[in-house]
Design a binder for this molecule. Structure first.
Ligand code: KIV
Ligand code: ZN
Length: 551
């Protein structure tokens, strides 16, 4: 019972699953007593933002952080404050906003980075500082040009320095899995002796395997000495597709905290997907004997929000949150699931918060019904945003008979991703010429509501529209990819166009998307949004991201 759990010093509630019976043997209670809750550190806003093309605005970062807190994340690595003023500001705002979740900032092993973390995290209720330096032979020789002993000295000095400002310091030996094990032990011991509480073991290049990584954890946990409680954590990249498996292996071998990102976004092949780890711990609690703090029914909301803001669609076959995760195609499977869902379904849609389609809205639905629907879908907006959303809803309702939950979410996404930079795409017209070329007239509106019209030709309609937008921005960008998907069902579906462009002058890649009923308009919005980001960079207003060159 709940009382018995409290007696054992355990939290009561739905996270405790003791099986289906009403009475538990002492053995079962002992098992629960031993079961640890693993802390979850989310680095979507730092490592996740290192995904090529992903640039969260400060507003988006704060919105993601709020959702992460709601999801049950223990610590948010909110950014790298020394990287840029924008990055600093984002960490600062998140630090102010979080009430139960700890907030961490990343710092290279240099004082100025740690100072920036301190300044950005001053207002956090539970601040943490994450200090790192590379330790593997290849990084020591080619990148840092430092000896083993020199690196140990830096760790000692910088971790101690961070401890002057922060009670909780995490230390990471970058490229730990390609570091000699005896030296890695020395590195970790040095960081612990200098005051670090969390030792993170990054598999920076996604090189390790579950068995090998588990053995590293076991070795370090058994051999690092301290009179304080030291917590070890995995941080896995997915280059060989083993990030989640490696993370789980670390848990099995004693890790007390894990690091990862929502939807597994991150540099190259990304990081361990936190939603997959959380659900694996839930479904295979029997094996891992560990729990996550995650409120699983907020998983889909969290994954969708990050997908919308990152412009990275969730693959249909993605574990846990992919569109096909709960669909059963083969006849045998369908038959089995109808008889008993457990025949082919180990994860129920309800567990991860898949929403059932409730009553659709329509042309006659008023503002009140619309606001109620937003509440039901857990979408929060201020008055001005609701005003603009409702106007768009009315426009959509003129075109579409039934407005489903997916339509509302698409509508909201469309508004969220609209370029806020003083001007936006407002309309376009297309003419087909007798020589088989097209002429596009693109209308852009500035903050004062003034419209500018730009004309351009192209071989196809998209080319004509994009040439017009190029004329408007007058900067050199290269279109790298253009993808269309239907975000709602049926012939009258809303389309999302996602583009990736390169700012030719700087080599930076920007992703952006647009949602509209009309696929050409969705494509125009996406291209305008991507160009606006490149323009911001050219104006020197774009914060630097933590990329290889900064390490
Ligand atoms: O992958 C990595 O090594 C990192 C460190 C900065 C922790 O992200
Ligand atoms: Zn990383």
């Amino acid at each position: 019972s709940a009382e018995a759990l409290v007696l054992f010093g355990l939290p009561s509630g739905k996270n405790i699953s003791l099986g289906s019976g009403m009475f538990f043997s002492i053995l079962e209670l002992e098992k629960v007593k031993q079961m640890q809750t693993v802390e979850f550190l989310d680095t979507t806003l730092r490592d996740g933002e290192q995904t090529p093309g992903v640039n969260f605005s400060i507003k988006e970062k704060v919105a993601i952080a709020k959702q992460l807190e709601k999801w049950g994340i223990s610590v948010i690595e909110a950014g790298f404050p020394a990287a840029s003023p924008d990055s600093f500001e984002a960490v600062k705002q998140i630090a102010k906003t979080m009430t139960t979740t700890a907030v961490s900032g990343l710092a290279r092993s240099v004082k100025s980075d740690i100072d920036a973390c301190y300044e950005a995290l001053k207002d956090a209720k539970y601040p943490q500082c994450h200090v790192f330096i590379a330790t593997s032979p290849i990084h020591r020789e080619f990148k840092l040009k430092k000896s083993k002993a020199e690196i140990l000295d830096i760790i000692k000095e910088q971790v101690s320095y961070a401890r002057k400002y922060f009670d909780v310091v995490e230390f990471s030996p970058e490229d730990a899995t390609r570091t000699e094990l005896d030296y890695l032990l020395e590195v970790c011991q040095t960081a612990v002796d200098a005051g670090a509480t969390y030792i993170n073991i990054p598999d920076t290049v996604g090189f390790t395997t579950p068995t090998e990584y588990g053995a590293i954890f076991k070795h370090l946990i058994e051999n690092v000495k301290s009179d304080r409680k030291i917590i070890f954590s995995p941080h896995c990249h997915n280059d060989l597709g083993m990030a989640v498996a490696n993370t789980l292996s670390a848990i099995k071998n004693g890790a007390g905290r894990i690091e990862g990102t929502v939807n597994g976004i991150g540099e190259r092949a990304g990081n361990a997907a936190l939603e997959e780890v959380a659900v694996a711990l839930n479904i295979r609690e029997d094996f891992y004997q560990a729990k996550s703090p995650i409120k699983l029914n907020e998983t889909v909301n969290t994954a969708d929000l990050v997908s919308r803001f990152s412009g990275i669609a969730i693959p249909k076959n993605k574990a846990v949150v992919g569109g096909n995760a709960f669909s059963h195609e083969s006849g045998i499977h369908q038959d089995g699931v109808l008889k008993n869902p457990l025949t082919y379904e180990i994860i129920t849609p309800e567990l991860v918060g898949v929403k059932k389609n409730s009553l659709p809205l329509g042309k006659l639905s008023g503002r009140h019904a619309f606001i109620e629907k937003l509440k039901e879908l857990d979408l929060t907006f201020d008055e001005t945003e609701i005003k603009s959303l409702f106007a768009k809803f009315k426009k959509l309702a003129d075109k579409k008979h039934e407005i489903t939950d997916a339509d509302i979410i698409a509508l909201v996404s469309g508004v969220e991703i609209e370029n806020p930079e003083g001007f936006h795409f407002s309309n376009l017209t297309l003419t087909s010429n007798s020589d088989e070329t097209n002429t596009a007239e693109v209308f852009m509106t500035n903050t004062d509501g003034e419209e500018v019209a730009i004309l351009a030709n192209g071989k196809g309609s998209v080319e004509a529209i994009y040439n017009a937008i190029d004329k408007f921005f007058n900067q050199t960008v290269k279109l790298l990819s253009y993808t269309i998907d239907a975000v709602t069902d049926g012939i009258d579906a809303q389309a999302r166009v996602s583009v990736s462009i390169e700012n030719v002058d700087t080599g930076t890649i920007f992703n952006a998307s647009g949602i509209d009923f009309d696929v050409l308009k969705a494509g125009a919005i996406a291209y305008v949004n991507a160009n606006a980001l490149a323009q911001k960079e050219n104006a020197g207003e774009m914060g630097q991201k933590l990329s290889e060159k900064d390490f």
